[in-house]
Design a protein around this ligand. Structure first.
Ligand code: NAD
Length: 347
């Protein structure tokens, strides 16, 4: 089969990263992206050779700003097999009938309600269930992170229950209108937070409760996770399980990687575009084992962690890879993901 033709609707934080990741895949072609505003981001897309498509009523505005437009959203949908919807939360559901009308498979994001798609998706947990579906929803950044840890740990022992505290970043770096600037806000002040509910859209029978607070930072989220397993394990087994897993990095605070700021600085030192860290980072010294109880702390780069899963989701609906291992091998190599201990070798 030829390369799968992909459109990305919404070229913001998630959309621009997914679009550029699609451009790196040997089995995919980025046909174009949809922008609604004729701003510097649209100019950036043009400068990267990405074809811009716009809603019909916005054609004039783009022309006025001297931005070259390849066509309308409807025209783009005529040319593709799969659309990745990366519009703001809740907006994707409004586009769903348009995607269906054009017979295009759709990948939605975690800001949409689960009902928007046939299946909520996480590569390590349910790739095979996603094969050939008409639509998938890649769960949110926090949920993707929780599921990477949980589904990796499940390969070591059955999980009886999970309890987690989510410390959320207040805003993405570019967002100027969100807060808090100087407060810690329960999110909400009761359990469970929506993260546990979202995890259960992928693993319905998992006993999980989460609570969340929002703090004034833009860099990353941090999770404190507690899992009770179905058997006793040793710390070494847990460490080795995380070390062997794709898309997980172990960080050593004694090496100076003691905060989200340090992790971001390390990503900058690596020359990573936009200082992205699509891997889940687990602090190795935080891993604590007490019989059948396991605890750890993990950091989540909200802007990039869902990008590999979006690429896998495209591969699943287009049936380009029949197993999770197969898609992970291609996605992680092309995106330069690392695994193991920092400093880590390429996947
Ligand atoms: P964003 O605001 O950065 O980007 C959204 C893009 O869609 C912008 O370019 C905006 O101009 C465009 N847009 C707005 N209205 C549109 C419309 N009607 N039609 C087409 N495009 C439109 O948002 P984001 O952070 O990239 O979030 C996108 C989705 O990804 C949401 O569901 C969100 O919950 C989810 N998500 C976000 C993060 C994160 O941390 N930013 C992490 C994981 C998942």
């Amino acid at each position: 089969m030829g390369r799968v033709r992909v459109a990305v609707n919404g070229f913001g934080t998630i959309g621009k990263r997914v679009a550029e990741a699609v451009m790196l895949q040997p089995d995919m072609e980025l046909v174009g992206v949809v922008k609604t505003r004729p701003d510097y981001v649209a100019a950036y897309a043009v400068s990267r050779g990405i074809a811009l498509y716009v809603p019909e009523d916005k054609l004039g505005a783009f022309q006025e700003m001297g931005l070259r437009v390849a066509g309308t959203l409807q025209e783009l949908l005529e040319k593709v097999d799969v659309v990745v919807d990366a519009t703001p939360g809740g907006v994707g559901a409004k586009y769903k009938p348009i995607y269906e009308k054009h017979g295009v498979k759709a990948i939605f994001q975690g800001g949409e309600k689960p009902e928007v798609a046939e299946l909520s998706f996480s590569t390590l947990c349910n790739y095979e269930q996603a094969l050939g579906r008409k639509s998938l929803r890649v769960v949110s950044c926090n949920t993707t992170a929780l599921l990477r840890g949980i589904c990796t740990l499940r390969s070591l022992a059955p999980i009886r229950h999970v309890r987690a505290t989510i410390v959320r970043r207040a805003a993405d770096p570019k967002e100027t209108k969100r807060g808090p600037v100087n407060a810690i806000v329960p999110n909400p002040a009761r359990a469970p937070s929506h993260h546990a509910v979202d995890v259960k859209t992928v693993i319905p029978d998992l006993d999980i409760v989460t609570m969340a607070v929002v703090v004034p930072t833009t860099l990353m989220h941090v999770h404190v996770v507690y899992a009770r397993l179905g058997k006793n394990v040793q710390k070494e087994d847990v460490v080795n399980t995380f070390l062997d897993a794709p898309r997980i990095l172990l960080a050593d605070d004694a090496m100076g990687l003691a905060s989200t700021a340090d992790l971001v600085e390390y990503a900058r030192d690596l020359g990573r575009k936009r200082y992205d860290i699509p891997e889940l980072v687990i602090w190795e010294n935080s891993i604590t084992v007490n019989g059948d109880e396991v605890m750890w702390m993990q950091a989540v780069h909200q802007e990039s962690i869902v990008v590999p899963e979006n690429i896998d989701a495209i591969r699943a609906v287009a049936e380009l890879a029949s197993t999770a291992e197969e898609t992970i091998a291609v996605t992680d190599k092309t995106l330069g993901l690392l695994r193991g201990r920092i400093p880590a070798a390429p996947a």
